[in-house]
Design a protein around this ligand. Structure first.
Ligand SMILES: NC(=O)c1ccc[n+]([C@@H]2O[C@H](COP(=O)([O-])OP(=O)(O)OC[C@H]3O[C@@H](n4cnc5c(N)ncnc54)[C@H](OP(=O)(O)O)[C@@H]3O)[C@@H](O)[C@H]2O)c1
Length: 340
């Protein structure tokens, strides 16, 4: 076997943890990409707070690194919307480098961003590589639920409820749920720009695809979650005053053309002292099935899941490999390596 070569593309909250996990799985990190001047030119170990030098300088432009270092995988943790990720994915795929990403929409973008999904799928195929997304959804909202659905004889409805803490992630995530907005600013933004419910939809649509069902109608709503008292945000490094937005509750219901209804309520907000992540699902039908995980360690689980998905992404057929097509996720106890 030979060492797997990776680049960490986006050295924020997720990329920094992933850098440590990669090194602990004996992966050779050959490049690190960031944007802000206070990160560029410094050692990855220092920027990611690893406590030691990684021997890799953080740079702004991915192209020379991709061209010169020929990585096997780019672990891309930059932002949330597929539309904003297009160029980042393109540059990796065009250089013949596989991508695994935390970007949520890429989990299943076939209906929310069909043109972009088709374009990236084509580009990946042309270059003989894959684009695969993973994250907390992979295990907790999709694979656990899909497995439990396999214990049902008849399903009438699948209903999920989950929450996560904005402070487990970086400013990109806080911006997506509009932390710090006044209610008026939140409402104005919603009126003018709408809100893409792709995180929730990608989850539900993967479950629907896994079950071989067809999407019928989709209904979504968004409610801002306001601070009841002044609340400190670690991620933003400031206090969110009372009555400002702490996060949002996104709810989507998809009625399938085949009958069963799928819904998910997802609350992403800055937590107060003592709150923890929740993941709860009810499968109504025969028999009724229930799943509940309290205190989900979403931050670390997200990163470990993404790293454990690397071999699956590399082994898959070239193209955009949505989560419904990836094999069962498994624990990777040893080094991540490739056949020599
Ligand atoms: N699926 C999941 O379970 C899950 C969980 C958490 C996060 N996520 C996703 O992962 C993304 C990253 O999360 P995070 O918490 O790590 O966010 P973050 O701390 O804000 O980090 C984002 C990183 O991307 C870099 N970046 C942004 N724009 C860039 C550009 N144009 N060129 C190069 N680098 C750029 C930033 O660089 P600078 O710091 O230099 O500006 C930063 O290093 C989120 O937006 C979200 O989509 C998914």
């Amino acid at each position: 076997v030979r060492k797997l070569k990776a680049i960490v593309y986006g050295v924020g909250a997720m990329g920094s943890i992933i850098a440590r996990l990669l090194l602990e799985k004996d992966v050779e990190i050959v490049g690190a990409i960031a944007r802000s001047p206070n990160k560029i030119g410094r050692d990855l170990g220092e920027v990611a707070g690893l406590g030691f030098a990684a021997g890799v300088t953080v740079t702004a432009d991915a192209r020379p690194v991709l061209a010169q270092c020929a990585p096997d995988i780019a672990v891309v943790c930059v932002s949330s919307y597929l539309s904003t990720m297009r160029e980042h994915f393109r540059v990796c795929l065009e250089h013949g480098v596989n991508v695994v990403t935390t970007e949520e929409e890429s989990i299943y973008p076939w209906t929310t961003a069909p043109d972009l999904a088709a374009e990236l799928d084509r580009l990946a195929k042309e270059n003989g590589v894959t684009l695969a997304a993973s994250g907390a959804q992979d295990v907790f909202w999709i694979n656990l639920v899909a497995t439990l659905m396999g214990a049902a004889h008849r399903i009438d409805a699948v209903a999920g409820r989950c929450s996560w803490n904005v402070d487990d992630y970086g400013p990109e995530v806080a911006a997506v749920v509009r932390v710090g907005d006044t209610r008026a600013k939140f409402d104005r933004h919603l009126r003018e720009h709408g809100r893409s419910d792709f995180v929730v939809r990608a989850t539900l649509e993967t479950l629907i695809a896994r079950a071989g069902l067809r999407i019928g109608s989709v209904k979504s709503s968004v409610v801002p979650l306001l601070a009841e008292e002044d609340t400190a945000s670690r991620s933003l490094g400031r206090v969110i005053p009372r009555e400002r937005v702490l996060g949002v509750l996104d709810t989507t219901t998809i009625r399938t053309a085949d009958g069963p209804t799928f819904s998910l309520e997802m609350a992403g907000r800055v937590y107060r002292e003592g709150e923890s992540d929740l993941n709860e699902w009810l499968i109504k039908g025969e028999p009724e099935l229930h799943l509940r995980n309290d205190h989900v360690p979403t931050q670390l689980a997200t990163c470990a899941t993404v790293v454990n998905r690397i071999p699956d992404g590399i082994a898959a057929e070239p193209g955009l490999v949505t989560l419904d097509r990836l094999p069962q996720l498994r624990y990777r106890p040893a080094q991540l390596a490739l056949p020599a």
